[in-house]
Design a protein around this ligand. Sequence first.
Ligand code: MEV
Length: 438
Amino acid sequence: MKENINGFSKLDKQEKINWIAQNFFSDADEAVKMIKRYWNADEALQKLHDEFIENTITNFYLPFGIAPNFLINKEWYTVPMVIEESSVVAAAAKSAKFWSVRGGFKTTVIGTEKIGQVHFLFKGEKPKLIQFINQIKPLFFDETAVVTQNMRKRGGGIQEVELRDKTDVLPDYYQLHVTFDTKDSMGANFINSCLEQIAEILKKQAVQNPSFSDEENQIDVVMSILSNYVPNCLVRAEVSCRVEELKSKDIEDPQLFAEKFVQAVKIAEIEPFRAVTHNKGIMNGVDAVVVATGNDFRAVEAGIHAFAAKSGVYSSLSHAIIEDGIFKFWVDLPLALGTVGGLTSLHPMVKMALQILKKPSAEQLMQIIAAAGLAQNFAAVKSLTTTGIQKGHMKMHLMNILNQFKATDEEKVAVAAHFEKEIVSHNAVVELLESLRK
Ligand code: MEV
């Protein structure tokens, strides 16, 4: 077995597959067969996927599910979700339906500001730097015109360039903190291109200026990059109803339910161990739609968790209160999303997801995703404070256990019927399967 290799990227696809199969599998032919089973028969489609990243050898499937009946600001949405975890889509759909007859989700975009920074070092006197940046500031707009032209036509562009002094936390460290409006695109490439251009302008102007040319007064650019922390690219999703309206099949005592629910959210607000799991439940809904719509889930995750820790203590993203007999539950999420550019026009399933969502703008998508996050959070906290989550989870997980044991369709029907009224556990399922097979 050879565990490392030079020039892997130079091999063609078949050679890459052979290297993997021969080095990591006892039955290389079987491994090659498995890798190729996941190829798409449509060669053009396969090529498209091959070219999304480097060193592609095959595809990795995730289920694409649908959560219907989301009533958001009085408009119906059918929400596509890409996720591997059983029960997430079912929970979202159940929550959506529950709230659809209680006024639906109300969502508001609070801001759409994106951020990028040019990080640099300067040892000289601060007033001199301030004056210099003020003097050259118009150039940051004028000399990036080529890069920003199209975005400006769409109503976006660079909004502001601000000098920030960070020398109190790191010696000689300053930033150009730049804000952007990127309209319907996530704008990562646009922002990074602008920032690199701004850094060039900064360097060029400094070199040409005699007061910045000596060693003591040099401007050293360290790096230029967008920030995935976007606290002002913010959306709120909220649900509310009179406490007694919460009464439903699984909520017999709405007052008790509401109080316990609010208590559970309060715990997540003050206890980081709980907050992380609570927020993970929100991200079940958020990520599934972010992935389905071809957005950058790592960026969204990083930004949201930073936002959850903005007070200095990691805390719940959602909040709940009972006020004047009204139960109110809401979430604020920073979401930098795109509905044009990137994968949105390339990946056929992303195009399909956006079509199902009625071709939303980035602002509409922010609202849909916030609603999906809140729906998911409601379902999780509702289960946790009433039946516990395992009842629902294990019901959904039943199919995974049955597939693991290669159950036939008849066996699946018989086992599912049995567990309608019984508690699902791995052992109980296996025992039942064994007895059916005797
Ligand atoms: C599981 O994927 C998500 C939950 O743990 C969320 C929560 O605890 O609130 C159920």
